[in-house]
Unconditional design. Structure first.
Length: 229
């Protein structure tokens, strides 16, 4: 599939650095950014290895769809995780590595982990959109919407629902255009930012459960990696 001059395809290991770079630049000034790490320079230093860690997780246990422009490389990414009845397995040594990466801001990332894990609807089979990000200089070209439509076609073919957490009213309105319905809003901490969960119902009357495979969650863990934007 092609959006503008970019082709949508599944990511491979060689794309990992470019994926982490897109996530870092797209979310550097996102809705949760100043709460997680107030200073943008520090945030940029932390975000690059942090998003590399989450990219590793998605390549191991999920699916990453990317838009690839032959002239500039990866321009947009969508990180999806199949969820059966438990969280996605964490990367090896996640807690230690997270502490090393985030330093004095570990408590914020941990609070985000715990909140998203606590409110996740694990009882229903679905695909979880952990992140959707477009390089700042390629935004407003339809790349994010193209990635959503691309994955939604597979979800609709198999009768699979989808779930995400929007980080603001603008994001919520965008996702509503793609069939996502609002769930109960919650706060990361009592005085922290709000997240806006949204659910896209399965489009078939009888959803089909995916066969067990490499990407299906099979091992529970205490804390799920966070989804800052």
């Amino acid at each position: 599939m092609t959006v503008s001059n970019a082709t949508i395809r599944s990511a491979v290991r060689d794309d990992a650095i470019a994926i982490a770079d897109v996530l870092t630049t797209a979310f550097l000034y996102g809705d949760l950014a100043t709460w997680l790490i107030p200073h943008p320079d520090t945030r940029a230093r932390v975000y690059r290895p942090y998003f590399a860690l989450l990219t590793e997780q998605a390549l191991d246990h999920g699916q990453i769809d990317i838009t690839y422009d032959p002239d500039v490389g990866v321009t947009a990414v969508a990180l999806w995780y199949p969820i059966a009845d438990r969280p996605v397995p964490a990367p090896d040594g996640y807690q230690t590595r997270l502490a090393q990466i985030t330093g004095e801001y570990l408590h914020r990332f941990t609070a985000l982990d715990q909140a998203t894990h606590r409110h996740h609807p694990y009882t229903d089979w679905h695909h979880y959109l952990g992140h959707l990000a477009v390089r700042p200089d390629f935004q407003r070209r339809g790349l994010g919407g193209g990635l959503l439509r691309h994955h939604h076609r597979e979800l609709d073919r198999t009768g699979t629902a989808a779930y995400l957490e929007a980080t603001g009213s603008d994001n919520s309105r965008l996702y509503a255009q793609f069939g996502y319905q609002p769930c109960a809003t919650y706060h990361v901490t009592p005085a922290g930012p709000a997240l806006f969960p949204m659910w896209r119902p399965a489009r078939l009357a009888t959803p089909q459960r995916h066969k067990a495979g490499r990407s299906e969650a099979t091992t529970p863990f205490a804390q799920q990696p966070s989804r800052p934007t």
